[in-house]
Write a protein that binds this ligand. Sequence first.
Ligand code: SAM
Length: 217
Amino acid sequence: MAEYDRLRDHMVDVQLAGRGIRDKRVLEAMRTVPRERFVREGLEEFAYEDSALPIEEEQTISQPYIVAAMIEAAEVEPDDRVLEVGAGSGYAAAVLGRIARRVFAIERHPALASLARERIAALGYANVEIRAGDGTRGLEQEAPFDAILVAAGAPEVPNALKRQLAMGGRLVIPVGDTGKQKLCKVTRTGETRFDVENLATVMFVPLIGEEGWQENR
Ligand code: SAM
């Protein structure tokens, strides 16, 4: 346990702060959430490596740096309601839950959603709710959201997610082909007005669903 705490501190200092993550809330949250509880059984010793790792259903838990960079870009604040699309292991949702008031996370693989739900319940993170379903449609009944983070690569920004942003809300999403994408930040500035910024080039698994790629890709 103490060994994981040491590795986690090292990850935050070297991989995150050392590479320019400045948001204190993000650094603090990632110093707290035990990533070793979100990786596949047997891979715990690699939990604090500077990389994505395989999880069940042939998906991945994202590299710690990209989790931090996306949350920092989304400017998540303590009073925020947040939606994450692509909950995967539940790790990023857990980190978001240490920063924001309420977090909803959607995962298309029911088996991943239930594992993520179990991990989050075991840690007692009561403000984080994991749902199974197609996140390209957002979560209409819980909208609007101050921040939406999408952890899979989309062909275009789904309209449903733009519509579910609060005024001033931020959507951070990889957009491009299935090989590599541009990480985009979309800020809602009016009823039908959105500012778009390109932040970086990234590589994510595909976002599959109604406003994403088709299932057989
Ligand atoms: N945030 C995750 C974590 O912390 O472990 C990593 C997510 S992984 C890179 C991307 C996830 O998006 C996969 O688990 C995949 O099944 C999921 N996904 C893809 N399309 C989706 C969709 N339309 N709705 C919800 N989840 C989706």
